[in-house]
Design a protein around this ligand. Structure first.
Ligand SMILES: Cc1ncc(C[n+]2csc(CCOP(=O)(O)OP(=O)(O)O)c2C)c(N)n1
Length: 377
């Protein structure tokens, strides 16, 4: 992509460092202090705008698994939304993620709600085992280069706490309000959810009989164990934790890869992170299918009921999020047809039953390494 140069501004220096490190995608959520940096990033590298930072951890993990070099650019408060994901995903599977965090709450901060988290962040990161670098002024900007390199060589996240002092006096362009055009939502939706006849196990077996050499990311808990039992393969990425992030990882993979990506998600997990559907509806990658297996329960933890029992329709949630080809499957035949038709969201209605399955005998890093090798072949 052609670089739009604004020589000698702090923002340009940051962009130069990212380009030197071959960062090809930045997942962002704004902070007032980095608004000029975000303008420059949008003009020069692919950016993904997030609705919640935790979702970005999943999307960036998918991009990395698919062969990309992503990073995140956020406000430091967002780190509070990301801790579980960084530990259960990045630190467990060895997935790098450089994160520029505009460090609020400490330097010339007038917003009181920023103080408590801001001042404790170094301690929180240190005690979480997350590497971090503090950059207090523009003179220290080369430490950003070191931090990004450290993240990719250690295969771990690295947070760069960037003081607002870095940008002081910058002459960079700041964003202008965009024109909002009129728009129309034309969503006719009627649905019936019948008494379920299928099990999750039967649905996953049908998925495995229908798809070819496509990529699969599977939900934590029993769905991944059932998939392992039905057909283990290198192109299965088994989630062992990080509830809610399986569809985000699928999105990241679909953005960076030409291969087709299937996600086996669950109602509990989709309701924990509907942000994933919103981002998928926004980017609409045509090589991604989310299979929302709805047993109206948190099946893996004892079948406690979820809000799909009587209130939320996941297919409607997907449509309302901008995913426009959806279907509801009560039978294996409809599921098969939907998979063949490359429908983007398949809502599969199943009974809250778990097959008796053994544990997946692989470590997280083994699952990651063999998946990446197979994907990039
Ligand atoms: C943040 C977080 N909260 C709770 C859990 C415990 N937990 C693990 S799996 C699971 C249920 C997932 O339900 P769903 O996505 O519907 O899939 P199912 O097991 O029903 O197929 C829960 C609550 C967790 N791992 N992480």
């Amino acid at each position: 992509m052609l670089s739009t140069k604004t020589p000698d501004t702090p923002e340009q220096k940051v962009l130069d460092i990212l380009e030197r490190n071959r960062i090809n995608i930045a997942a962002t959520l704004p902070c007032d202090r980095i608004k000029a940096l975000l303008v420059l990033l949008e003009k020069n590298i692919q950016t993904i705008s997030l609705t919640r930072e935790e979702n970005g951890v999943g999307i960036c993990a998918g991009i990395y698994l698919g062969g990309g070099r992503p990073m995140m650019v956020i406000q430091s408060t967002g780190l509070g939304n990301m801790i579980n994901a960084l530990l259960s995903l990045n630190l467990t599977y060895d997935i790098p993620l450089p994160i520029i965090a505009s460090w609020r709450g400490v330097y010339k901060e007038s917003i009181e709600t920023q103080w408590q988290l801001g001042k404790r962040l170094p301690e929180i990161l240190a005690s979480s085992g997350i590497n971090f670098t503090i950059i207090n002024s523009l003179n220290e900007i080369d430490r950003l280069d070191e931090a990004i390199k450290e993240s990719f060589s250690s295969l771990h996240p690295h947070v760069i706490l960037m003081s607002p002092a870095v940008w002081e006096g910058s002459m960079s362009e700041i964003p202008q309000p965009r024109e909002i055009c009129s728009r129309n939502v034309d969503l006719e939706f009627n649905s019936t959810i019948q008494k379920p006849e299928l099990t999750r196990y039967e649905a996953i077996r049908t998925i495995m009989e229908t798809i070819g050499d496509d990529l699969i990311v599977s939900n934590l808990g029993i769905p991944s164990k059932e998939l392992y039992e039905i057909r283990d393969r290198e192109l299965n990425f088994y989630m062992l934790g990080s509830m809610g992030l399986v569809s985000s990882i699928g999105l990241g993979l679909a953005i960076i890869q030409k291969k087709r990506v299937y996600v086996i998600d669950g109602d509990g997990s989709l309701l924990m992170n509907p942000n994933a559907l919103i981002s998928i509806g926004d980017y609409k990658p045509d090589n991604l299918t989310i299979i929302g297996i709805d047993n109206a329960a948190y099946g893996s933890t004892g079948n406690q009921t979820t809000c799909t029992q009587n209130q939320v329709d996941l297919e409607l949630l997907a449509r309302a999020s901008g995913i426009n080809t959806t279907v509801k499957a009560h039978s294996l035949h409809v599921l098969k047809e939907a998979l063949r038709g490359k429908i983007r969201f398949i809502h599969v209605i199943v009974k809250p039953e778990n097959a008796k399955c053994k544990e997946i005998p692989f470590s997280a890093t083994h699952i990651k390494e063999r998946f990446m090798k197979a994907v990039q072949n």
